[in-house]
Design a protein around this ligand. Structure first.
Ligand SMILES: Cc1cc2nc3c(=O)[nH]c(=O)nc-3n(C[C@H](O)[C@H](O)[C@H](O)COP(=O)(O)OP(=O)(O)OC[C@H]3O[C@@H](n4cnc5c(N)ncnc54)[C@H](O)[C@@H]3O)c2cc1C
Length: 416
């Protein structure tokens, strides 16, 4: 296939780079605009979990109750900064509505389809010559210490089996067979054998090099400032380094997407949800498969010579500060499940902003307002996992093909 039109991708995170890759593979002329460097946003320091088993969206029954309890604890993994913000209030209202059983199940069906396709694509990309971003399919283990943890895991295992996902409840001895590095306080686990993990920044940066080889023009330090439009069409994209007149525009600006969309008169109900990661030099005691410490809500990933602990979801607007108390709590709580955590040598503390829509699903679809705009954003806690499938779907939308997955439930209009 050969297309003459030029496509402009805004955002150089996992979503923008993946979109550019699948567009370039169609033989399109693509330019990618990035305000900073490639992989400067949430895609840099996340946990790198690629979990087709993780199909329960952020908005699910029980999340609100748990969140409210956590609000009272300054060391908890969840926080809402008290402030009078209409956007936040409206977001929380919609989030509450999305936390119903029926809606969650609808979202789960969609997420199953998206994540199943995405891990196939991840596997394909991992096989490309010259790429090595640490993709490993060793499964994923949720550890718990309490009877409530057991009950939650057991209910999750049942739900997952209903959705055709293999999920094994494990006792201590069984856990030790897949991951020997656990403390005696861990009473059980839930194991998903088909899940994977990778080194997030290596993935995005290496794919960034591949797209350049495919002819994509990458313009870093190029911030999009706004747009000039005609009815139903974007005419010009104005940036700090000149104006662009593309035929089609892909908006993949992560948590920054709402301010870009605002200029187009489009309301994207995305909240930036801050999370932290702490990366340490790996020790002999570090886990060798991805682990979730359930009660603490801390994700632990083995990433080559390092081990990364990630967690916390703060709805605090664009507050860039690092809350030392919450960061310390991540390590303290990890030490209740895993041996040798206190002695680890710290390499990096990082914070990033997840782009969160109120129902926990992304927006992937052509804008109903501008016929040459495609939205690909709002991937919340699963953007690393869904990068490739999002890129593939964007390329199908750009070519006006029928998408491989029905995107009705992912259109922005679901919030109208
Ligand atoms: C602590 C933590 C752990 C996580 N763990 C996982 C995990 O294990 N698995 C998983 O799947 N997901 C995980 N996530 C979520 C994942 O990181 C995000 O969903 C994903 O990175 C979003 O990608 P993105 O490309 O949409 O956004 P980003 O990576 O944030 O990229 C957006 C880019 O747009 C650029 N930009 C912004 N404004 C402009 C502008 N005006 N002009 C040009 N460019 C602009 C930014 O500089 C940025 O580079 C985690 C997130 C956090 C915070």
């Amino acid at each position: 296939m050969s297309f003459q039109d030029e496509i402009l991708v805004i955002g150089g995170g996992v979503i923008g780079v993946s979109a550019a890759y699948y567009l370039a593979r169609q033989g399109r002329q693509v330019t990618l605009l990035e305000a900073d460097e490639i992989c400067a946003g949430a895609s840099y320091g996340n946990a790198g979990f690629i979990l087709p088993s993780h199909i329960i969206p952020l908005a699910a029954p029980g999340t609100l109750g748990q969140g409210l309890k956590w609000l009272l604890d300054p060391e908890s993994p969840f926080y809402i900064k008290p402030r009078l913000s209409l956007e936040l209030i409206s977001w929380l209202w919609r989030f509450r509505a999305a936390c119903q059983q029926q809606r969650m199940r609808r979202s789960m069906r969609l997420l199953r389809e998206l994540s199943h396709r995405s891990i196939e694509l991840h596997q394909e990309l991992a096989g490309l010559q010259g790429l090595d971003f640490g993709f490993q399919k060793k499964g994923y283990l949720k550890l718990f210490k309490t009877s409530q943890g057991y009950q939650k895991a057991n209910a999750e295992a049942g739900l997952m089996r209903e959705f055709g996902i293999e999920a094994r409840m494990m006792n201590q001895a069984e856990i030790r067979e897949v991951e020997p590095n656990i403390l005696p306080g861990v009473s059980g686990g839930l194991y998903f054998p088909h899940d994977a993990h990778l080194i997030p920044a290596d993935f995005v940066l290496q794919l960034g090099r591949v797209i350049e080889d495919l002819g994509v023009k990458i313009r870093t330090s190029t911030e999009v400032l706004g747009f000039e439009t005609a009815p139903a069409k974007i005419l010009t994209v104005k940036t700090t380094r000149g104006n662009f007149k593309p035929d089609q525009v892909i908006l993949a600006g992560g948590a920054w997407s709402p301010s870009l969309a605002d200029d187009l008169g489009i309301r994207l109900p995305i909240q930036p949800a801050k999370g932290y990661s702490l990366t340490f030099k790996r020790s002999a005691n570090s886990p060798s498969i991805p682990v979730m410490l359930s009660e603490a809500a801390v994700a632990v990933s083995p990433l080559a010579e390092t081990v990364r602990f990630a967690g916390t979801l703060e709805l605090a607007g664009w507050d860039q500060s690092i809350n030392q108390r919450r960061v310390n709590a991540i390590v303290k709580k990890a030490g209740e499940y895993l041996p040798g955590v206190e002695g680890l040598e710290l390499a990096e503390i990082w914070r990033g902003f997840r782009p969160c829509l109120p129902d926990g699903l992304p927006v992937i679809g052509r804008s109903s307002r501008y016929k040459n705009l495609i939205l690909a954003t709002g991937h919340a806690t699963i953007g690393m996992a869904l990068g490739p499938v999002t890129g593939e779907l964007v390329s199908q939308l750009a070519a006006h093909e029928t998408t491989q997955i029905n995107l009705t439930g992912l259109r922005l209009e679901r919030f109208s």
